[in-house]
Design a protein around this ligand. Structure first.
Ligand code: ADP
Length: 159
């Protein structure tokens, strides 16, 4: 059976922390589906098409990475795409507590799906998308926090 992992998140925008988790997970799986959560009730900063384009461009040479947008339950998306693993990154003990809750609920929803956690590299522990958005909003240089595909294209966020 193919080992397919779903990496769900908002990726608003994708950071070097996310990129590192995906690259480190590549040897573990046959395919990684980066799943951009689109929530009708929650406004994102960058449009989903832009978030998707950045990730697609970043992994253009990596056939094992696929990018989708999704709404609804993560386990339902996993079933739809035959993903038997959920990939998540862990930065802090706060991440751990949150991930433990989500992971245990997901396990109750579908016993066949395993969540796999990778500890972040030390240099990315403090990196998260909301901090990147704040720096961007105030005209700061975000290039050290985001992959090259993001820093080369400064698009206007959604109004
Ligand atoms: P954020 O939590 O920054 O808003 P997402 O919702 O897109 O990001 O998170 C998707 C996944 O990526 C989560 O498992 C999250 O823990 C992980 N992640 C986010 N930033 C990092 C980072 N700097 N290092 C490792 N994992 C990360």
């Amino acid at each position: 059976m193919e080992r397919i992992a779903l990496f769900p998140g908002s990726f608003d925008p994708i950071t070097r922390g996310h990129e590192s988790i995906i690259r480190r997970a590549l040897p573990l799986f046959d395919k990684i589906i980066v799943a951009i959560g689109v929530n009708a009730d929650k406004k994102s900063f960058f449009p989903s098409e832009q978030r998707k384009a950045w990730i697609n461009e970043l992994f253009a040479d990596e056939p094992a990475v696929e990018v989708i947008e999704y709404e609804g339950l993560t386990v339902d998306v996993c079933r739809k795409h035959n993903a038997n693993y959920i990939l998540r990154g862990l930065r802090t003990s706060a991440d751990f507590e949150f991930e433990r809750m989500v992971g245990q609920i997901n396990k109750k929803l579908d016993q066949d799906i395993e969540t796999v956690y990778l500890l972040t590299m030390p240099e990315y522990t403090t990196l998260n998308s909301s901090v990147v958005r704040e720096v961007y909003k105030h005209g700061g240089d975000i290039s050290q926090f985001v992959p090259v595909t993001v820093k080369h294209r400064r698009v206007a966020p959604k109004e």
